[in-house]
Design a protein around this ligand. Structure first.
Ligand code: AP5
Ligand code: MG
Length: 223
């Protein structure tokens, strides 16, 4: 199964993609996580991306498309779930072009889930987010607490706050989302014979959001 999760910053893409990947045995590919790993490793790509990320702007399409095509080509036959990509209509078009070519099989996207959230809720979530620098697990100081304060449940690493989670950068990321990424929703909704499309209310608690996602995907799997 090949799935895309769309949504504003802080909508819960990372949180829900991890659960989807686990339930359906898929590879979770987060463009933001891959970029952060590139930065931590000091690669050329990481260096090129850093100023865009720190200001809340998008990294240029060409860099992202190449990076994600490489990651997707290594996905297992079971499939993948994309988190944070595509983020512009151009990225979506490039993704479509690259998929059917793979090994002559039909590699098209099966489902797109759009996590819909109010901007006000985003700001609350981002300022309380803590992440594991080692495995990427995501927590929240109020809503999704780790078992031991400040430590990752999986590997015990010290949790950190992302540098782009300050209020002014969050506001820029939201602006970027409304100006450049929201159009991707219509690209998929209006695409003839395109993937199944689901609107998901992401203002609710994480387990309720997961229930809605699983209900949609279970129906798709058994269809
Ligand atoms: P990226 O890392 O993708 O950031 P983002 O889209 O801004 O989204 P986030 O990761 O901040 O939020 P999320 O939706 O994953 O929410 P999460 O589950 O963590 O991108 C970072 C940057 O990289 C971009 O700004 C850009 O510069 C660049 N980039 C990446 N992809 C790109 C692309 N394709 N093209 C160009 N540039 C690109 O949840 C947030 C918090 O809320 C957590 O604390 C969580 O515990 C909590 N939470 C989650 N769900 C719930 C719930 N239901 N109720 C209560 N709390 C919840
Ligand atoms: Mg994320």
């Amino acid at each position: 199964m090949r799935i895309i999760l769309l949504g504003a910053p802080g909508a819960g893409k990372g949180t829900q993609c991890k659960r989807i990947a686990e339930r359906y045995g898929l590879l979770h590919l987060s463009s933001g996580d891959i970029l952060r790993l590139e930065r931590a490793a000091g690669t050329k790509l990481g260096k090129k991306a850093q100023n865009y990320m720190d200001s809340g702007a998008l990294v240029p399409d060409k860099l992202i498309v190449e990076m994600m095509a490489g990651a997707i080509s290594k996905a297992p036959a079971a499939g993948f779930v994309l988190d944070g990509f595509p983020r512009t209509v151009n990225q979506a078009v490039e993704l479509d072009k690259s998929l059917p070519a793979r090994e002559g099989e039909d590699q098209r996207i099966d489902a797109v889930l759009s996590l819909e959230i109010d901007d006000r809720v985003v700001v609350e979530r981002m300022t309380g987010r803590r992440s594991c620098p080692k495995c990427g697990a995501v927590y929240h100081i109020e809503n999704l607490k780790p078992k031991v304060e400040g430590r990752c449940d999986r590997d015990g690493a010290e949790l950190v706050q992302r540098p782009d989670d300050s209020l002014d950068v969050v506001q820029n990321r939201l602006k970027t989302y409304h100006q450049q990424t929201k159009a991707v929703i219509n690209y998929y909704k209006n695409s003839p014979a395109g993937p199944a499309f689901y609107h998901i209310d992401a203002n609710r608690e994480a387990d309720k959001v997961s229930d809605s996602i699983f209900e949609s995907l279970d129906a798709l799997v058994s269809a």
